[in-house]
Every structure is written in structure tokens, then in C-alpha cells.
Design a protein around this ligand. Structure first.
Ligand SMILES: Nc1ncnc2c1ncn2[C@@H]1O[C@H](COP(=O)(O)OP(=O)(O)OP(=O)(O)O)[C@@H](O)[C@H]1O
Ligand SMILES: [Mg+2]
Length: 502
């Protein structure tokens, strides 16, 4: 008993405040539990703070894009790194959607810049604005200009395939040559389809195929469309056999008349001009970033625009194929490419066959070792195509994309978008709020920045989206301004006092 007393005396009772401080008036009771302050640091800096440090919620693999809109965490994202290194997506492609002027091309440029840093070559196969020329120039890449009187792209030029085939042997060589032959045939058929508004007949396709083979045997150097026309006019026995002229030159003339007329149109500067029938002015390289600048083509010139885009895609993927064949054979290092199809809605609308081409590209990107970014305004643009078949295929581009990146979008867009990729109510509200018009800044007498500029939701399948704000660096601001023409006008306005008086 006495022992118990002495222990109690040695350990006086310590009063501890409960969770919310001393309860009662004036005693410091806290009604609200405040959240602890959060800081960000590198693993090296915060490793000693165990167990108080947690990993970042946003992936840190890929090109740095900007900050998480709510947590401020750095967000890194690009389709190739997320596919190859982080294994977050099932194929290396991204579909970017958003209202005009909110920064889709800027985001794509940022990804291209980051990927160029990782050694991936950006390929802009048809820049309609131009949005990418300055970036590719800044990266030391190649700018290929196409347009009436500005530059030519010979559709019969096998590009680097011929030189590569000489370095290869066996099946690899045969494959490269067969691919180049197939591409040239497809391009001639595509050009005929665009001029005629109808595809060539089966017989004409076979005649073209055989005529190209004869051309390769007879012609030294790089042939042009005029040489192909001459082969068909010369009526070599191989071509006559497939034309089924039954030994009659008159019959041969009748059978090939339409084809000859179409080719004369292409060679003689018909509706498509001479862009595709002269020797290539600037052959594409495979070891540099490349942009095909087709911005000089008039917006209303749908046929030439479609033909130029198809020709760029064909030449671009031909080059990728050659690079892959050489890398497979161990003759060159393996190169990865980031193909950018910006303003996709314009390309798809440009004519028949465009949807099929993009469809084929989107299905093969993974096996060809290329990442892709497709950029368009809204799903409605894709669903406004004239044929039902094309609409279904265009929808598939969004459904199949490894990730979908959405900027500000109108509320009417949500049901269509939701049917392709599931978005939560909160995510939809966020995207709609980004599509609000900019407020009027009375102090500066002009509109403030649009609320959705540079804001995007990165979405992979059904996972919660990552809202991010793209932050541009000083170096980028100079080359990223697609509103340049408007600034110079407002400066004139300021200089002449138009703004001050209005
Ligand atoms: N994150 C950003 N911070 C500051 N300015 C930006 C940002 N993103 C875009 N801009 C500016 O907004 C303008 C439009 O950007 P951009 O051309 O990328 O838009 P877009 O969505 O591709 O438009 P469009 O649909 O017409 O092609 C440019 O002047 C660009 O510099
Ligand atoms: Mg754009």
C-alpha cells in the first residue's frame, strides 16, 4: 500500500489537451481542424521527412506540360513517353479537342519540343496554318514548302527508298521496294480520284500498276508523271496484256482514253496545278524534324489541299518505313517519330479517301514505331462528314486514341464526347467552364485572356482526368504566337490613336 503511494507521488498526472485544444470559452478551443501546409520537393530533398512525404498524383514521365490546376503539381505528358516508358496508355497516340484559339496547337508544340529533347523526331505532315514552321526551324529541322509555284513534290519519287534498298538485302530490300511501289501507285490513284471525284476502275488500277513497273525498268533516275503518261501512250506489251485489248490498238486506245485524259490533267497543270508532276524540290530527310508547310494553299482550294495532305502523309510514312527497315537491318540507329496531324477536321473534310488514310495510320502507329497527335475542334466536326461510314470511322479515331486531351468545349458537345470517352459530371462542368468567353478588361480597354486558354484535361479511358494548365516559357512565347497578325493590327491602331478615340 505504501509502495503504491510513493509511485503515484513520483508520476504526477499530466493533463493533455484533447484533439481540438482545451475545450471551453477562452481556452483556445479550435472549431476547425486546419489542413497542414503542403510543400513540393524532389525525392532527394524530402526523403528524410518520412513518413510525411507522399508521391505526386500526376505522372512525372514525359514532356513537362505545366501544373496540375488544383494541386500545383508538375504534370508531364506526351503519348510516346506515356506508352513506352510509363506504360500508362495502350498505344502512343493522343487526340486533342477544344474550341479554337484555346491553345491546342501550343500544347502539341510543347509535346513535340519535349519529345525532340528525348530524341524523337517530330514530323508535321501538313501544316495548314502554319503553326509549326518556327518551332521546327528552331529545332534545326527541315521545312518543306508546297503550294502553287512554291515547291513541288513528285509523287513518283521513291524518296530514300531506292538508296536504302541498295544497302539492304533479301526480303528487307524487296519489302522496301514493294512499299515504295505501292505508295506511288496509291498516290497516282488518289490524285486521279481527287480530280475525277471518283476512283479509277479496277482495270485502270491494274494498268497503272503495270505501267509503273515498266517505267521502273525503262527509266533511269527519278521518273515524273509525264513519263508515266508516255509509257501508257507507248502501249508496251505488258500493259496491253492487262488492258485486255485483245491485240487491237484501237481497243487499247479506247480503254486507256479516260486514264490518259486524267493523267494529262495532272501533268499539264489542271486543277491540281503542277505541284505533283515536277521533280521534288526539297527531298524529305529522315534524321531531322520535318514540317510540310502547306499554308500557302488557298483555303478554298479543297482539292489541292487534300492532294497535298495525302502526298505529305504518303511521303512521311514512306520515310518512316525506310528508317525502320534500315534500323531492323542494324544499319542505322532506331529512330522514333512523333507525327502531328493538326487541323484534322480540315483534312478529313478535304475529300474522299482522307478518312480511310487517317484510319489506316491510326491503326498502325504502334507497330510502325510512331507516336501520333491528332488535333481537331469538336467531335461534331468529325461527325459532320457526309457519309455515315466516314462518320463512324472518324469517331473511332477518338475512341482508339491512347489518350484524349480536352480543352474548353461547348455543353452541346458533351453527349457525343461522353459516348466515345466517359467523363464525370465534374469533368464536364470544368470543360464547359473553360469554353466561356473572356471577360472585358475595362482598365486596359480590351478583352482579358479567355478562361480556358492553356487549360486541358488529360484523360486516359475511364480514369479520372488530370486538369492541367500549360505554362509557356519565354523562348516559347516568341514562336508560339498564332495571333501575331492581330497584334500588329492593334499596334497600328494604337499608333494612329484609333483605340484612344474609340
Ligand atoms: N498556355 C498558354 N499561355 C499563354 N498563351 C497561350 C497558351 N496557349 C495558347 N496561347 C496563345 O493562344 C493563342 C492561340 O493558341 P493556339 O494557336 O495554340 O490555339 P489553337 O487551339 O490551336 O487554335 P486553333 O483551333 O485556331 O488552331 C496563341 O497566340 C498562343 O500564343
Ligand atoms: Mg491550332
Amino acid at each position: 500500500m505504501s509502495r503504491q503511494k510513493t509511485t503515484a507521488a513520483a508520476k504526477p498526472r499530466v493533463l493533455r489537451p484533447p484533439m481540438r485544444g482545451w475545450l471551453g470559452r477562452g481556452r483556445g478551443e479550435s472549431f476547425m481542424v486546419q489542413a497542414a501546409d503542403e510543400w513540393r520537393g524532389t525525392t532527394v530533398q524530402v526523403c528524410g521527412l518520412w513518413p510525411f512525404s507522399v508521391g505526386a498524383g500526376a505522372p512525372m514521365t514525359g514532356a513537362p506540360i505545366g501544373r496540375h490546376l488544383f494541386t500545383g503539381a508538375t504534370v508531364c505528358c506526351d503519348p510516346i513517353s506515356w506508352f513506352q516508358r510509363a506504360q500508362l496508355i495502350s498505344n502512343p497516340s493522343a487526340f486533342v479537342l477544344g474550341r479554337p484559339g484555346l491553345g491546342k496547337s501550343t500544347l502539341t508544340r510543347r509535346m513535340a519540343t519535349g519529345l525532340a529533347g528525348y530524341g524523337v523526331m517530330p514530323l508535321v505532315l501538313g501544316d495548314l496554318k502554319p503553326d509549326y514552321v518556327e518551332l521546327i526551324q528552331a529545332l534545326g529541322g527541315q521545312v518543306i514548302t508546297l503550294g502553287r509555284g512554291r515547291g513541288y513534290l513528285n509523287v513518283l519519287d521513291p524518296g530514300e527508298a531506292a538508296a536504302a534498298a541498295q544497302r539492304l538485302t533479301g526480303t528487307a530490300r524487296a519489302q522496301v521496294l514493294a512499299d515504295a511501289h505501292g505508295r506511288r501507285h496509291q498516290m497516282v490513284s488518289a490524285l486521279i480520284t481527287i480530280t475525277r471525284k471518283a476512283p479509277p476502275t479496277d482495270r485502270e488500277e491494274t494498268i497503272l500498276d503495270r505501267a509503273l513497273e515498266v517505267l521502273d525498268e525503262r527509266h533511269d533516275g527519278v521518273p515524273v508523271l509525264g513519263d508515266l503518261l508516255q509509257v501508257i501512250r507507248d502501249a508496251p506489251p505488258e500493259v496491253r496484256t492487262v488492258a485486255l485489248d485483245r491485240g487491237s490498238p484501237e481497243r487499247y486506245g479506247q480503254i486507256t482514253e479516260d486514264l490518259e485524259a486524267s493523267l494529262i490533267g495532272l501533268v499539264g497543270g489542271g486543277r491540281l496545278g503542277e505541284t505533283f508532276s515536277h521533280p521534288t524540290t526539297n527531298p524529305m530527310r529522315r534524321d531531322r524534324p520535318v514540317v510540310y508547310d502547306v499554308s500557302a494553299i488557298d483555303e478554298g482550294d479543297h482539292d489541292l489541299q487534300a492532294a497535298a495532305l495525302l502526298a505529305c502523309w504518303s511521303a512521311g510514312f514512306g520515310t518512316v518505313n525506310v528508317a525502320n527497315a534500315l534500323a531492323d537491318a542494324g544499319l542505322e540507329p532506331r529512330r522514333h517519330y512523333f507525327v502531328i496531324l493538326d487541323e484534322l477536321w480540315r483534312a478529313l473534310r478535304a475529300g474522299k479517301g482522307m478518312v480511310d488514310r487517317v484510319d489506316a495510320l491510326t491503326r498502325l502507329n504502334r507497330t510502325r514505331g510512331v507516336g501520333m497527335a491528332m488535333v481537331s475542334h469538336t467531335m461534331s466536326d468529325l461527325l459532320a462528314l457526309p457519309s455515315e461510314e466516314d462518320r463512324m470511322k472518324a469517331r473511332g479515331f477518338v475512341e482508339r486514341a491512347g489518350m484524349v486531351i480536352c480543352g474548353g468545349l461547348p455543353p452541346a458537345e458533351m453527349p457525343q464526347l461522353n459516348s466515345a470517352v466517359p467523363f464525370s459530371r465534374a469533368e464536364q462542368d470544368l470543360m464547359v467552364s473553360w469554353s466561356d468567353p473572356p471577360a472585358w478588361d475595362a482598365a486596359r480597354g480590351r478583352e482579358a485572356e479567355p478562361p480556358g486558354r492553356g487549360r486541358f484535361l488529360l484523360k486516359v479511358g475511364g480514369r479520372p482526368g488530370i486538369p492541367v494548365r500549360v505554362e509557356l516559357t519565354q523562348a516559347e512565347l516568341a514562336i508560339n504566337d498564332t495571333n501575331k497578325l492581330w497584334h500588329s493590327q492593334s499596334r497600328i491602331g494604337e499608333a494612329t490613336g484609333v483605340e484612344a478615340t474609340s
